[in-house]
Write a protein that binds this ligand. Sequence first.
Ligand code: CA
Ligand code: CA
Length: 448
Amino acid sequence: MRGRSLAAVALVAALGVSPVLPAQAAEPPTSAPAAAGPSAAALRLARQPLPANDGWAAAGTGTTGGSAADAAHVFVARNRAELVAALSGEAAPRIVFVDGRFSMGVDADNQPLSCADYADPAYDLDAFLQAYDPAVWGRAAKPTGPLEEARVRSAKRQGDQIKINVPSDTTIVGINGARIAHGSMILANVHNVIVRNIEFTDAADCFPAWDPTDGAAGNWNSLYDLVSLTGATNVWLDHNTFSDGNNHDADQPLRLGRPYQVHDGASDIIRGSDLVTVSYNNYYDHDKTMLIGSTDTPGVDVGKLRVTVHHNRFNNVIQRAPRVRFGQVDVYDNFYTATDESYGYSLGVGFESSIYAENNYFLRSADLGDGDLIKYWKGTRITATGTLVQVGSRAPYPVDLVAAYNAAYDPDFSPDAGWVPTLRTRVDPAVLVPVIVKAAAGARRLGI
Ligand code: CA
Ligand code: CA
């Protein structure tokens, strides 16, 4: 059994080197006997609720997902159409196995769709760039008019194809090296969802919006998070992998003088979402990683956005690991690597946020300071305790992150988040975090 699963891993790795991106959709299932269905171990795992006390998602009703699904509501999805169908229909606890690798960017015949296929007949990028060049359009207002309207219509066509809408009371578990490419999983105004053991890659937006009012030089902004929680409560994201796949931000052109950003969040948690546990995930090669709260305007987020982030690997992501507004957010036992020259910061202390950071381990480059690991985004307070920092191959040393930040920057943070987390099942000493997290975080680590 063990030998067979290792052979499957090797096969997946071999297929993964295919340089032809659109061919992903046409790949045959990577599991040899695809008709065999989920193993006994996978079936057991899909019946697991979130353990008691395992982070904020254990509060309130707890998080059971679809663990109580009856036999008629256990599905296996091997392509886009099967996944959409499995997540549709009557409300009931459901288990959905994502089997192998597939793309959401495909047509009804499972053939790959390109950006050109989504484009509205009236959309033309060159004409768009000419019309909204700051020398023509200025910088005072966002684009309006026929070309912008054509862009919006194009974006809607793409969105309708790649969004994966997840209903309440659902558990989604990846098997056989599950990987969803070019999809955006949406948990909108739903309750009680578990997502485990899936690799999510490259939710690229074919039609980024140009906003000349975003920052001094304007910005291209994209729509699709790999996983998006909006108004979602009691959610457990566990043992998933998030990246931009082989579509790297660094390879994108400059347009209107700014990087053409086709990616948005990896796993964003916004608009009144609450009681979420994000554990043992692997984030790499991505920019805007985990936004918790998308606006400073007090509204549905006040008293919500309570999230636990533990035992995750943040491997040279650029920013937002996480960036927090309003929420009480527990960030412990995470392993951060900050050695890439594009690194921005890890913990974003946003408006009215209360981050409690404990026993996190940072491997950073020598040209950063310890105070660069957190960033001011209009927040005033953060507890950071038990932090270890390693520079290069030297021995790790304890760092008071708040003191280091305050010594380097103003305004100073208060070193007290005003609350102490209690919903934890296992707190490891920071010195063990790199070994534990490297071995355990991400998809394909659950033995199914
Ligand atoms: Ca987003
Ligand atoms: Ca200061």
